[in-house]
Design a protein around this ligand. Structure first.
Ligand code: RRO
Length: 305
């Protein structure tokens, strides 16, 4: 392990900047067949809700030339089953476990946070950007006032670091980032998926029952990078980059643009070993180039968090 790859966000130490993004590694068991999750900087779970959810009717995923559309619909076992059947496995892994939560109401988010207070997890990722549910999800992230109210209430009831995962469709992300900094959240995660559309031209109708679906993968990388650049210039808050990262070079681009940590998502479906490979390459690169720190170094302004 190269100590220079270590990142500190608040009081949390990450052995390297690579995390598995929410929704792409489930609750860890399947992907841990490929490598020990201890090598990761962290692992973010699939979002959990208070009650179990079956998710949307199929089709749920659709490949495009450079990205993946999904309409999973927040399928998850719910808080109680998560605590009994999934969390004990995750808590044994010697890395940062971040639990993603989603709710239909502020009260639902509050209950989830209160329950997670009594666990050993490192942080809570607040998903206010799920594009595929009819109630809640993205609605909490699009409106400044509603988001501020939600975060203010959650901050009051927990000592756990809160990360807020935003939608790229939120207006004035710079203003939202300032509000979140003021509310003292630990980090913002840019971004959840972009809303996209696929048409089944043979049957002359949309592919997905909900019509729109979430686009991830290489198609969105330049779009997300642009926002990371902009927010890094404007707001002094740790940024976690997420969107279309498929190789070590993509990780460097994100870090140089201003991301402190990187969440790798869709690429896990193409190559389940991607995070391991990227970490190895990062370690070698940092040693060969004698790098101490790379965050935001493509900017004139150079700051550390
Ligand atoms: O489950 C989903 O459909 C889903 C979620 Br919760 C999310 O946050 N982002 C996404 O693209 N899909």
């Amino acid at each position: 392990m190269n100590p220079n790859l270590q990142i500190k966000i608040g009081d949390l130490i990450f052995k390297n900047p690579i995390l598995i993004a929410s929704g792409t590694g489930g609750f860890g068991k399947e992907i841990s067949i490929f490598y020990s999750l201890e090598i990761l900087g962290g692992f973010v779970t699939k979002s959990i809700t208070l009650k179990p959810r079956l998710g949307n009717l199929p089709p749920r995923i659709w490949e495009t030339p450079c990205g993946l559309l999904n309409s999973i619909g927040l399928e998850n076992p719910g808080l109680e089953i998560f605590m009994i059947e999934e969390l004990p496995f995750l808590e044994k892994i010697n890395t940062n476990i971040i639990v993603s939560i989603a709710g239909e109401s502020i009260e639902e988010y509050e209950i989830l946070v209160k329950e997670l207070n009594n666990t050993n997890i490192s942080a809570i990722e607040v998903n206010v950007s799920c594009p595929n549910v009819n109630k809640g999800g993205i609605q909490f992230g699009l409106d400044k006032e509603i988001l501020y109210e939600l975060i203010k209430r959650l901050i009051k009831i927990t000592q756990k670091p809160l990360w807020i995962k935003l939608s790229p469709h939120t207006e004035r992300i710079d203003e939202i980032a300032k509000i979140l900094k003021k509310a003292r959240v630990s980090a913002i995660v840019l971004f959840n998926t972009f809303l996209g559309l696929a048409i089944d031209w043979k049957n002359r109708k949309p592919v997905f029952k909900n019509i729109f679906a979430g686009l991830s993968g290489p198609a969105i990388k330049p779009l997300v990078l642009r926002y990371i650049w902009e927010i890094f210039e404007k707001v002094k808050i740790p940024i976690i980059g997420c969107g279309g990262i498929i190789c070590f070079e993509d990780v460097l681009e994100y870090i140089l643009a201003g991301a402190s940590l990187i969440e790798i998502g869709t690429a896990n479906f193409i190559n389940p070993l991607i995070c391991k490979e990227v970490i190895e390459k990062l370690e070698n690169y940092f040693i060969e180039e004698k790098i101490q720190d790379l965050i935001g170094k493509a900017h004139k302004r150079k700051e550390e968090f």
